[in-house]
Design a protein. Sequence first.
Length: 94
Amino acid sequence: MAKLNKNEIIEIVSEKTLVTKKEVREIIDETLSLISLALEAGNEVNLTNFGTFVPKKRAGKTITHPGTGLKIQSNDTNVVTFKMSKSFKDNLNQ
């Protein structure tokens, strides 16, 4: 399975839309920035026909150090989950 990175996406979008790579990069960077800001503020981001990014708080847990047996409490962490849209899931599973 091949990976697709940001530069490859920029190149493909630029070729398909006849927009310069610089402009496509600026658009993608701004889009990702807006998504990040929304998630950091605790808001869900729904991209129709793609999916929904949902910010969640994962509770800390008690961890036992294997060498000393000392119990350590980890902090709560913020994570983002992704739920595919039905149409995306259907297309992926064809």
